[in-house]
Design a binder for this molecule. Structure first.
Ligand SMILES: Nc1ncnc2c1ncn2[C@@H]1O[C@H](COP(=O)(O)OP(=O)(O)OP(=O)(O)O)[C@@H](O)[C@H]1O
Length: 290
């Protein structure tokens, strides 16, 4: 059974129905991988045998243990890591050609919180590709910044000193920076690390709203709740692809064990968040809730 959270327009937090805006991004395939292998400059393949695809409005949870290749895949989608075998296409072509259509929220950001920069100035940094080196931000740029801040519900804090915002607000501000050029594809590397429950929920709601607008999302995470609340698909990796598919069919104990090993402690395979296609009898924790 699909979770209500899988359906664009159904609120992730309340579970109530809303009226989604018409998709702003046309339906199209955003990423395809065919037996792709990724490598850092002539070194051994860091992540191999990738075979998956995602389309507009899909959200893919990229899940695997530390060092399994999650960031490597995100960097390859940005054209920063080479595909040394097979194919990895973004918007039907080489990832480097699609760079202007991708928004990226890195795992660590370098912004010095003491630096006297406002939230809207941080978001404007996301316009640098559009602005080039020699143009001052104009009306259209300021409008784009305002709209990006509205999308993450931070328009009222536009002038605030970036360093004075809460951790969750800063994270949403950085998301606005990734969104300011209206990307077709949004890549997020562990965006929920260190966030409190309220900020997590706000960020999840924003991501679901973006899906409803037709943005494709790939989010690297250890967080199964996030994966279930936001994502339609999951890609489990451990130096190679372990499994890919709709989240409710693919996030099963067998695949989790294959990705994390028998002794993993990240995921309780009896957790409500891991699908149990064949619930184990006599175990009160086992429920086929999905
Ligand atoms: N710049 C680099 N040059 C060479 N090898 C690298 C580089 N960055 C990562 N690797 C290697 O690629 C493999 C995958 O690392 P990656 O950072 O993609 O894993 P990850 O799943 O994102 O890990 P984590 O959850 O800890 O962030 C590791 O063996 C790592 O050592």
């Amino acid at each position: 059974m699909n979770s209500p959270c899988d359906v664009p327009g159904v609120d992730a937090i309340s579970g109530t129905s809303s009226h989604p805006a018409a998709p702003l991004h046309p339906e199209r395939t955003l990423v395809t991988a065919h037996d792709a292998g990724l490598s850092y400059g002539g070194q051994a393949i860091a992540l191999d045998h990738l075979d998956f695809s995602i389309a507009s409005g899909d959200a893919l949870a990229l899940v695997g243990p530390n060092g399994s290749g999650k960031s490597t895949l995100l960097k390859a989608l940005l054209g920063l890591v080479k595909t040394v075998r097979g194919e990895l296409h973004v918007l039907d072509g080489d990832p480097r050609a699609a760079a202007g259509r991708i928004g990226y929220l890195p795992q660590h950001d370098e912004i010095d919180l003491e630096f006297p920069v406002s939230l809207q100035q941080v978001v404007m940094m996301g316009r640098y590709r559009t602005l080039g080196n020699f143009r001052w931000p104009g009306k259209a740029d300021r409008k784009a910044v305002r709209e990006a801040l509205e999308r993450v519900d931070l328009a009222d804090r536009a002038s605030a000193h970036f360093g004075s915002l809460s951790g969750g607000q800063r994270q949403r501000g950085l998301l606005a920076r990734a969104l300011v050029d209206s990307p077709d594809l949004l890549l997020l590397d562990e965006p929920f690390n260190g966030l409190d429950t309220t900020s997590r929920k706000a960020l999840m709601a924003t991501l679901r709203k973006l899906r409803g607008e037709g943005v494709g999302i790939i989010v690297s995470t250890h967080d199964l709740e996030l994966a279930h609340q936001v994502c339609s698909h999951i890609l489990l990796v451990n130096r190679e692809q372990i499994a890919f598919g709709p989240i409710h069919e693919t996030l099963i104990p067998e695949n989790v064990t294959r990705a994390f090993g028998e002794s993993h402690d990240h995921f309780d395979t009896h957790s409500d968040l891991v699908a149990h296609p064949h619930p184990v009898q006599h175990d009160p924790r086992s429920r086929d809730i999905l």
